[in-house]
Design a protein around this ligand. Structure first.
Ligand SMILES: NC(=O)c1ccc[n+]([C@@H]2O[C@H](COP(=O)([O-])OP(=O)(O)OC[C@H]3O[C@@H](n4cnc5c(N)ncnc54)[C@H](OP(=O)(O)O)[C@@H]3O)[C@@H](O)[C@H]2O)c1
Length: 284
């Protein structure tokens, strides 16, 4: 299946290009294919005749989205709507991504797909709008909500959350992590593999896709340091002052993927796989 990948050099896009097999993936850089450019998307679909478009592009700096809601809605909602309509006209399916931040955290247990949404931030609201608009514009859409992604982006080579912790800890700095925030940190390699299986199913709709098991960011950081052989442990810190409000509990349950027989490994396995990839790439 010929696939057009937008935002293909970030964390998830890089993992999809590396993991997917037996698929021809065309991934123009952002300078050639901006998700906000209707003309370029239309031309790319015409020239590639792609049967599937994967949209990894997003404006997901949560605090900047709060300060620039028009931009957040332009990229995360309106551009996704236009993309979905263009895909429908070219008879292409669409896969696009959303976030755990569509929830308010009040439930205090992992959220399933049918749980009530109530975004606390402009980012969460813009992604939720993108979900609804994409599905309305193209019934052959997969909307995949995920959470706390980490992995290596090819361009720009930004350090992931895990890299930042390990590098600071190795420099002997004290690691302080806000206590009590529960999420589903997810290794992009595991997510990419699950997405290829999902696409093979042709079962469009809304899915949660995360490494299994809710965990606090503090426990997650402690485990990443332990698995890396770092003797020190992170210290629990107070809530951080931030511009955009965030849910303090936003773990997800991959319920619908499970019913298709697709499971992602548990969160500790995500760390293990990522650290193994770092070693393969010559990093500590
Ligand atoms: N990261 C997380 O923790 C997380 C959590 C939940 C959901 N998600 C969702 O998962 C998806 C993938 O996230 P990710 O972590 O892989 O993001 P990422 O590493 O930031 O990658 C996004 C890529 O899209 C590109 N991009 C941004 N705006 C674009 C535009 N207007 N047109 C074309 N390309 C554009 C970026 O290029 P530049 O680098 O040049 O900006 C980057 O290469 C996003 O939809 C995100 O909202 C992420």
């Amino acid at each position: 299946m010929k696939t057009l990948l937008i935002g293909g050099y970030g964390q998830l896009g890089t993992a999809i290009r590396r993991c997917w097999s037996g698929v021809e993936i065309v991934a123009p850089p952002r300078s050639e294919l901006d998700v906000e450019s209707h003309e370029k998307i239309d031309a790319a679909l015409r020239s590639t005749s792609a049967a599937l478009v994967i949209n990894c592009a997003s404006f997901h700096d949560v605090d900047r989205c709060e300060q620039e809601p028009e931009r957040a809605f332009a990229v995360n909602a309106y551009a996704v709507y236009d993309l979905a309509r263009t895909c429908a006209r070219h008879d292409a399916a669409l896969m696009t991504f959303s976030t755990d931040y569509v929830f308010d955290g009040a439930l205090r247990r992992p959220y399933a797909e049918e749980d009530t949404v109530n975004p606390l931030s402009a980012y969460g609201a813009s992604k939720l709008a993108g979900e609804v608009l994409a599905t309305a514009a193209n019934p052959r859409t997969y909307v995949v909500r995920t959470c706390g992604l980490y992995g290596r982006a090819e361009r720009p080579a930004k350090p992931s959350f895990v890299d930042r912790i390990l590098e600071s800890a190795r420099r002997g700095e004290e690691i302080v992590i806000e206590d009590g925030v529960v999420a589903s940190p997810t290794f992009v390699g595991h997510l990419a593999a699950a997405l290829q299986t999902l696409v093979a199913s042709n079962r469009y709709g809304l899915y949660h896709a995360v490494n299994r098991g809710p965990v606090t960011w503090l426990e997650f950081a402690a485990e990443a340091m332990r698995q890396s052989g770092i003797a020190a442990a992170p210290r629990p810190g107070p809530p951080r002052a931030r511009i955009a409000p965030r849910p303090s509990y936003s773990a997800l349950e991959s319920t619908r993927l499970g019913s298709l027989g697709v499971t992602l490994p548990e969160w500790r396995e995500g760390i293990r796989a990522y650290l193994a990839q770092r070693v393969q790439e010559g990093l500590q």
